[in-house]
Design a protein around this ligand. Sequence first.
Ligand SMILES: [Fe+2]
Length: 389
Amino acid sequence: MLRIPLKKARPGMILARHIYNSNGKVLLTAGIQLEEHYIKRLKALGISSIYIHDKYTDGIEFIEAISEETRLRAESTVVKVFQETRENRKLNVKAIYSTTEHIINEILKNKNALVNLAEVRAYDNYTFAHSVNVCVLSVITGASLGFNKAQLRDLGIGALLHDIGKTQIDPALLNKVEPLNDHEFEAIKKHPHAGFEILRQAPEISLLSAHVAFQHHERLDGSGYPRGLKGKEIHPYAMITAVADIYDALVSDRPYRLGIPPHQALDTIAHQAERTLDPEIVAAFTKNIAPYPVTTPVQLNTGEIGIVVDVNKNYRHRPVVRVIFDPELKELPKFREVDLSKNKDLYIAKVLTPEEFPIVSESSPQVRREDPFAELRPAENKVVKDSLV
Ligand SMILES: [Fe+2]
């Protein structure tokens, strides 16, 4: 399976992963053959990339930090909790606890897995998918720092609901695509405090979780908001969530732009660790993320081109690569796999963009199904975008 920008999608390609709408409902099922009008609709929904089957990545398997079922359940909990909060109803603490508990248990079970790949979502559920990702990444980092279950729970709940204060901000402002003026940015900057107020009023939620919402935009050097806290004034849970928040925003596709690849996002974060983020927390975060996740197209120092097919936690920069093309881009008669952790003369010289990797999609006869977008029509204009704050 390969991730390709939607503009490279062609009728006949086979979708390799489900595509979901904002309520966690499957819009397009994995295995379906793309047709021109599906591609058009995906474009209209703001989806920037998709996964397709191709002959080069056949048989690749990888473990994800949490199962698809847990991820979808978590997303729908976040959707509901945000909705209820906006309508001024009580926080559904039971659902929040059980969702976080599921996530923690799965992460503790898969402790040795590297975080591999980003989900492909319609951008109207960015806030919800992002909230779950930030929770997952934060819990993984906390587990790696040796936190116990109670600590992971407070961290996980805070991370899952770090942006709940956005429910108190005018959606028109959150959805604005044009640059914000000072006045508008000041209004957005109120969401950490609003989130703190919502969470601290729920007696079953730890004050520490509420502080995660309050402090997730604070930065080590005092340049953050809302209070300009510095250094140790920022709680480690909030700093972990800040790192996860920045990372996920960088790698996620947003309306009309693709996310940046993980190795670049990790570089950006490492750079920030010098001034605005806690270097120890960044180190704990980084060691759990695959800089070259499974299915990344890469060029080796020999000029040969291939795809990452397995990652190794002890040698994160030296994954297993399936070599497919020679330096002249001629397909090899037989693909071979090289484990870069064992072949020290070889290394990844470059991560290829989808434009640079020759995609040959696999197509097979598929049963045509009813228009998968039919049920989506009434809600299609209900797009809730998110700003990068
Ligand atoms: Fe935020």
